[in-house]
Write a protein that binds this ligand. Structure first.
Ligand code: MN
Length: 128
């Protein structure tokens, strides 16, 4: 079974880049464009990993992450915060909300597949 990745991003251009970068790696890619849709899709499709933009319409990424972590079955889902803000306080908030790590925008497209593959592999070792 290919790993499922939910990409949450409201900026079409950024979404396009993420899809292009991740598509060749054989993942099942799902797309959500706001925080509410992200929650709905996460519940329905149970992704292995979520790329969570922090600045989103309807519900921001911090709130969406917090809510997901409170739901049963979502304590092991990997969540990568993606943000244009590089302020230290914001990073702390993201980790507190339950993000496993964060990446800053613009996304480093060469590193992204490695970061994701590593996180998924490590998670598999922890929870075989
Ligand atoms: Mn955004």
């Amino acid at each position: 079974m290919p790993k499922k990745i939910l990409i949450v991003e409201d900026e079409p251009r950024n979404m396009k880049v993420m899809l292009m970068v991740l598509r060749p790696h054989g993942y099942t890619l799902l797309e959500a464009t706001d925080g509410e849709e992200a929650l709905e899709m996460a519940v329905r499709d149970k992704p292995d990993l979520i790329m969570m933009d922090m600045q989103l319409p309807k519900m921001n990424g911090i709130e969406a992450t917090r809510r997901l972590r409170q739901m049963p079955g979502f304590n092991h889902t990997l969540i990568i915060a993606v943000t244009a803000s590089a302020m230290k306080g914001d990073m702390e908030k993201m980790i507190e909300a339950g993000c496993d790590t964060y990446l800053s925008k613009p996304i480093n497209t060469r590193e992204l597949p490695e970061v994701i593959a590593e996180m998924l592999a490590r998670r598999q070792e922890d929870n075989p």
